[in-house]
Design a protein around this ligand. Structure first.
Ligand SMILES: C[S@@+](CC[C@H](N)C(=O)[O-])C[C@H]1O[C@@H](n2cnc3c(N)ncnc32)[C@H](O)[C@@H]1O
Length: 205
């Protein structure tokens, strides 16, 4: 992917994410209103979270994404938005969070780094914390790109073992891509860490 700028410009014309709105409805009071947005892009969901009263750590490796996210959240109070200009394949330990969002971002992690990244996400989720995001299915039109990561439903369910899967929706359709029609095979996932999670590193409420 050479430049995300046209994607960011298109994103800025769309509304907030219905999938993230759905995930927010699954948040029970857990005393933690800290969220992470992995691969934040133009910052539409970071802004949605800030407007919903969350403090947000937005992460992206593209300076343009970080600049647009800062601008989208510019009306917020100091300290509400933190940004990391960073490759999510090389993240340090993530801060404990009540919600982690990754919209159309995790598939861009290389397969050999994906397991570590997913483990970091699971570790950072507080008891009751929710992961929400997208994964690409194995019939995606980009599935021949070996640096991207694709999943079967069975693999996603295995990744979510020990989490409560609140939404796993598969969709597949042909869309108009830059180089003609493209099979778009996607999973929308919302999963919550149970309050009584074996081996979790946080105090249970
Ligand atoms: C398709 S865009 C999605 C942006 C936003 N989440 C949205 O849904 O509109 C993917 C974003 O992930 C970022 N990204 C891709 N691979 C990344 C990586 N390895 N580390 C950090 N960010 C990455 C890109 O820079 C881009 O901003």
């Amino acid at each position: 992917m050479t430049s995300w700028n046209s994607f960011y410009r298109r994103s800025e014309k769309r509304g907030p994410s219905p999938l993230l709105s759905e995930a927010l409805r699954h948040i029970e009071d857990q005393g933690c209103r800290h969220a992470i947005d992995l691969g934040c892009g133009a910052g539409i969901e970071a802004q949605q979270l800030v407007q919903a009263g969350w403090t947000v750590l937005a992460i992206d490796r593209e300076p343009e994404a970080i600049a647009r996210t800062a601008s989208a959240c510019s009306g917020a109070d100091d300290g509400v938005l933190t940004t990391w200009l960073m490759d999510f394949e090389r993240l340090p330990e993530l801060p404990a969070s009540g919600l982690i969002h990754a919209g159309l971002a995790l598939p861009f992690c290389r397969p050999d780094r994906f397991g570590r990244l997913w483990d970091q996400i699971r570790q950072a989720l507080r008891p009751g914390g929710v992961f929400v995001g997208h994964l690409f299915g194995v019939r995606h039109g980009w599935a021949t790109h070996s640096h991207l990561t694709f999943h079967t439903e069975h693999e996603i369910r295995s990744m979510c073992e020990g989490l409560d899967v609140l939404r796993l929706r598969e969709s597949e359709s042909s869309i108009d891509g830059d180089a003609g029609s493209l099979n778009w095979h996607r999973f929308d996932l919302i999963a919550r860490k149970p309050f009584h999670h074996p081996g979790c590193r946080f105090d249970l409420r």
